[in-house]
Design a protein around this ligand. Structure first.
Ligand code: PEP
Ligand code: MN
Length: 361
């Protein structure tokens, strides 16, 4: 399905003209002092866009759910006294009205809200006719259509300054990351809506401080436009997400360490060598496609044979043996286990689909 979004590039004087656009601030606005002091230190460290959660969507009740509208004058003070742009999360129409009343500069829609089309529509309706940048976090579940749907709803309400925030995806059980990055999903979003600015939220992907740099660098290497990182004057004492927040000084150190690479360069010699290597890749891809097509033809022959002899499509012993043997061989050739298992599963699924089709013919 084609996606037609009417986007307007949004840069602010002195902000967002260079990569990365950085937004930082505490997970939650807690007190006026914490907000003002964090913002002041961030500003000192070169940050111009201040984020803070006023309303917090918490997994369980009876935990801190944000200070609510009481915190909005603090954001206004950050804007007026420090000249920073402010950003907060909105999850319903009332949040939108309150945030607009206090002049919040940028709004974002949280991951749990993006997953709910009723809530997104309510926010879109409340924003009808308002000219404000809205950043949309990916839904908690890895569903690119749901994410695109949220952009469409906002755009249909007239919001043209849109950007995506990639904050990773929920998984069951304890995993390495708090929210699995699954980079292929934001990459697919960018493929479908090429003009959409892309921001990564390393804080909610990592859930800790140790991995923040690695994820930030990866986002830059994937040519993302910006980063939103949680920062608190006293991270260990933060009321929400204490484990992942960093001081403004640590944030500056992280940003200074980032290596910024360019998607293209003027130097034709370098671009030509890259082109040669790409042609080599193209040749291998052609070979791969030929091999895959031939393999599927054999799979179809096997399907016919099984049909004639009334055999089931799946003989699980054979599949298990194949998976183990190929994985072992692939790893010897330096291919990662995770990668080869994914490839083999995809090939096997396609073989089954072809054979099922033959059985039903
Ligand atoms: C946040 O940015 O503080 C937040 C709640 O994020 P998410 O919606 O990504 O969980
Ligand atoms: Mn948070």
């Amino acid at each position: 399905m084609g996606i037609k979004l009417e986007l307007e590039k949004f840069t602010f004087p002195g902000v967002g003209e260079e990569r990365p656009l950085v937004m930082a601030g505490p997970c939650s606005a807690e007190t006026e002092e914490q907000v003002m002091e964090t913002a002041r230190q961030l500003k000192e460290n070169g940050i111009n866009i201040f984020r803070a959660g006023i309303w917090k969507p918490r997994t369980r009740p009876n935990t801190f759910e944000g200070v609510g509208k009481e915190g909005l004058p603090w954001l206004k003070k950050v804007h007026n006294e420090l000249g920073m742009l402010t950003a907060t999360e909105v999850a319903n129409a009332n949040h939108v009205f309150e945030a607009l009343k206090y002049g919040v500069d940028i709004l974002w829609i949280g991951a749990r809200t993006t997953a709910n089309p009723f809530a997104v529509q309510e926010i879109a309706d409340a924003l009808e006719g308002v000219d404000i940048p809205v950043l949309i976090k990916n839904p908690v579940n890895p569903d690119v259509e749901l994410w695109i749907g949220a952009f469409e709803r906002l755009n249909q309400a007239g919001i043209k300054k849109l950007a995506a925030i990639h904050r990773g995806f929920s998984t069951y059980g304890k995993t390495f990351y708090r929210n699995d990055p699954q980079w292929q999903i934001p990459i697919e979003l960018k493929r479908r809506i090429p003009d959409l600015p892309m921001i990564t939220d390393p804080s909610h992907i990592c859930g800790n401080r140790e991995l923040l740099f690695e994820i930030s660098q990866e986002a830059m290497d994937l040519n993302f436009d910006g980063l939103i990182i949680e920062s608190h004057i006293c991270p260990d004492k933060a009321i929400s997400d204490a484990g992942q927040q960093i001081t403004p000084k640590a944030l500056k150190e992280l940003l200074d360490k980032l290596v910024l690479r360019k998607p293209n360069i003027e130097n034709t010699l370098i671009m030509n060598s890259l082109e040669d290597l790409r042609q080599e890749i193209d040749k291998y891809d052609d070979k791969l496609l030929d091999i895959l097509a031939s393999r599927m033809m054999v799979a179809e022959k096997i399907g016919l044979y099984k049909k004639e002899h009334n055999l089931t499509i799946l003989q699980s012993g054979r599949w298990d043996e194949l998976l183990q043997e190929r994985t072992r061989k692939a790893m010897k050739k330096g291919l990662s286990e995770e990668f080869i298992i994914k490839v083999l599963r995809a090939i096997h699924q396609e073989s089954i689909n072809r054979q099922t089709k033959i059985m039903n013919e």
